[in-house]
Design a binder for this molecule. Structure first.
Ligand SMILES: *Cc1c(COP(=O)(O)O)cnc(C)c1O
Length: 381
């Protein structure tokens, strides 16, 4: 028998009190109580996004919120720049194309980040760009983008800055207004400690102006209508309101810990996690690692998929593998949301045992000791 440990970068574990909230009977959604829930949720999400703008809840996964943002951010025929450092950056490029936006990808090899200098050069080359799309934490490779620097560059132009913060909001430092982000999207099943099913998008003044200039090709994701409704603490369609009620609980947890303390806690987990795997002689995949997850290169002589199956089957720890061309080459350990240092230790211990099972010369406990030392010595920024 194992205690199953879900340590993937989405979905993530859900705290017990939130699971209990989800077990309560389903209420009706056009009631004063439901309005109260929406009022609380939008206030709490403003705090998570660090914005004064309306945060609009949508019933869909994270990709839905990105699609909602993109169809408002640029009209058919416009030109957009997509900063691509992995699978999620690529996804946004595909969404633009689906809606007839000419998307120019600025692509870096997996494990690298798109730098502000690259964006600057691309903007110079494409001065008619109307939107720039970036992924904060590129979950497929574990890299983090410097949104503040990228946002500064976009803000000097007429283009809007669209950001996927699905795996970073609630884990990594994120300041929508200060970093001049015009469209910010996230989902429920990552650092917000909920099951999948909800997504959120906030829009700046510049973003709304862009959206007013055209008729976004969408019915369900009409953000103008949704904004009007959310201001009355309502939604255009039936929301996943049992999830919204659960979100109130998770936002209350976030509030009581404090968003900056949360960012710092995640930074500490990331720091300890990286130290642990490095001490085993493994390489951290990301050149600029994110605080929400750690991607580790699988030793060349092993098949990463087999390694992860072994870790799950024999030690009950669910880690994520690599996707597409990274399949079998990396594994990813999440440390976002309802995960703590002892979950990280479990991941490191399970990998140590598995590597030993596969015949690698591993000193059991080497990764654990290094992670503990790093955790103990971490100085808060
Ligand atoms: C999980 C994730 C998404 C959204 O995926 P969905 O399956 O649609 O919820 C988008 N971007 C990033 C960076 C993610 O990690």
């Amino acid at each position: 028998m194992f205690k199953y440990r879900l340590l993937t970068p989405g979905p993530t574990p859900v705290p017990e009190e939130i699971l209990l909230e989800l077990a309560r009977p389903v209420p009706h959604h056009r009631t004063p109580e439901a309005r109260q829930v929406l009022a609380e949720v939008t206030e709490g999400l403003r705090y998570v996004f660090q914005t004064k703008h309306d945060v609009i809840p949508l019933t869909c996964s994270g990709t839905g919120a990105m699609e909602a943002a993109l169809v408002h951010a640029a009209p058919r025929g416009a030109k957009a720049l997509c900063l691509v450092a992995g699978k999620f950056g690529e996804r946004w490029h595909h969404i633009w194309r689906t809606f007839g936006v000419e998307s120019v990808a600025v692509t870096v090899p997996p494990g690298q980040v798109v730098t502000p200098a690259m964006l600057e050069a691309a903007l110079r080359q494409h001065p008619d760009t109307q939107a720039v799309c970036a992924v904060h934490c590129e979950t497929s490779t574990g890299v983090k983008h410097d949104l503040q620097a990228l946002g500064e560059l976009v803000a000097r132009t007429n283009a809007v800055f669209v950001v996927d913060a699905v795996s970073s909001a609630g884990a990594m430092e994120l300041r929508m207004d200060d970093w001049q982000i015009d469209f910010l999207a996230t989902g429920s099943q990552k650092a917000l400690m909920l099951p999948p099913g909800l997504a959120f998008v906030a829009v700046s003044e510049k973003g709304w102006q862009m959206a007013q200039r055209h008729q976004p090709p969408t019915f369900y994701f009409d953000l103008k209508k949704a904004r009007q409704k959310i201001r009355e603490h309502d939604t255009p369609f039936t929301p996943a309101h049992t999830l919204l009620r659960a979100l109130c609980k998770s936002l209350a947890r976030i509030r009581s810990e404090g968003i900056e303390a949360i960012w710092s806690r995640h930074a500490r987990l990331a720091y300890a996690c990286r130290a642990g795997f490095r001490a085993l002689g493994l390489e951290i995949f990301a050149s600029v690692p994110a605080e929400g997850l750690t991607a580790v290169r699988v030793p060349a002589q092993l098949d990463g998929q087999e390694l992860l199956r072994h870790v799950e089957k024999h030690y009950g720890v669910k880690l994520a593998g690599g996707q597409d061309q990274l399949k079998g080459k990396i594994f990813r350990v999440a440390h976002m949301g309802y995960m703590d240092f002892f979950d990280i230790l479990a991941a490191i211990a399970a990998v140590e045992l598995a590597l030993r099972d596969f015949g690698l010369a591993i000193t059991l406990g080497a990764g654990l000791a290094a992670a503990q030392r790093a955790y103990a010595e971490f100085s808060h920024p």
